[in-house]
Design a protein around this ligand. Sequence first.
Ligand SMILES: C[S@@+](CC[C@H](N)C(=O)[O-])C[C@H]1O[C@@H](n2cnc3c(N)ncnc32)[C@H](O)[C@@H]1O
Length: 253
Amino acid sequence: MDQYSDETRLLWNRVADDWDRQVGDDGDSNRILNSDPVLWQFVGDVAGITILDAGCGTGYLSRKLHDRGAHVLGIDFSEEMIRIARSKAAHIDFRIDSISELHTVTDGSIDIVISNYVLMDTPDLTETVQAFFRVLKPGGYGVVVFSHPCFPQEYATGTDSDVAVTYQWNFPYFQQQKCVGPPWGHFTSEFIWFHRPLSDYWKAFRKSGFEVVDFEEPRLSEERYHLAKNERQLNNGKNRPYSVAFKLKKREQ
Ligand SMILES: C[S@@+](CC[C@H](N)C(=O)[O-])C[C@H]1O[C@@H](n2cnc3c(N)ncnc32)[C@H](O)[C@@H]1O
């Protein structure tokens, strides 16, 4: 699907300011309530290690990783995303590059590759996962969080107070497909994303040489219920599977 690369990059250039408003300095509510706790659990202690934030966007996670003591390299192919990321943290090494190529990153130089809500947005999954594998040191980890392909929010309908959700598909689940989603959150323009069945991700990880060492479907856990700002956030966090999180390992030789 790499014929969509330029179209996708231009889309992210157009919505970079909107994205900055969406995630701010701490991530949006889904990240704060549901997926970031799992991401930090999978990543562990980052002090002193080298981390690639692949598809860093405006860099909220890169900044948090830096604050926790990591040497951070943030990469995105959107020039506008990188411009905003640099304006907020000139001390972090942000680079314009495609994560399916990672031309600017040396083989075997990274301890952990993190890719936070990017894989469903990148047209070339296989090449991207191979590039992650190449730049990792032996024994290094990949931590990837992406929108749950079985339960796309674009296809969900439900009421704010009800736990019942209906997902309405208009194409076969097993078909790989470019999708165009409606505006949401702070966005006034449509979104491009790429549907693949969950098993395609698993196969891409294994084919590249990764061992899958952990998997989670992030949700709002009881000790964080109080962080929900309203009933909708509480119900959604408790009941809706927004994302999946994988922890991958590049084995020692
Ligand atoms: C949903 S945003 C997530 C941004 C950031 N990780 C976050 O959580 O705020 C997806 C990002 O992936 C980037 N992206 C998508 N495909 C890419 C590719 N092939 N190479 C580099 N960046 C890519 C987009 O430009 C965009 O910034």
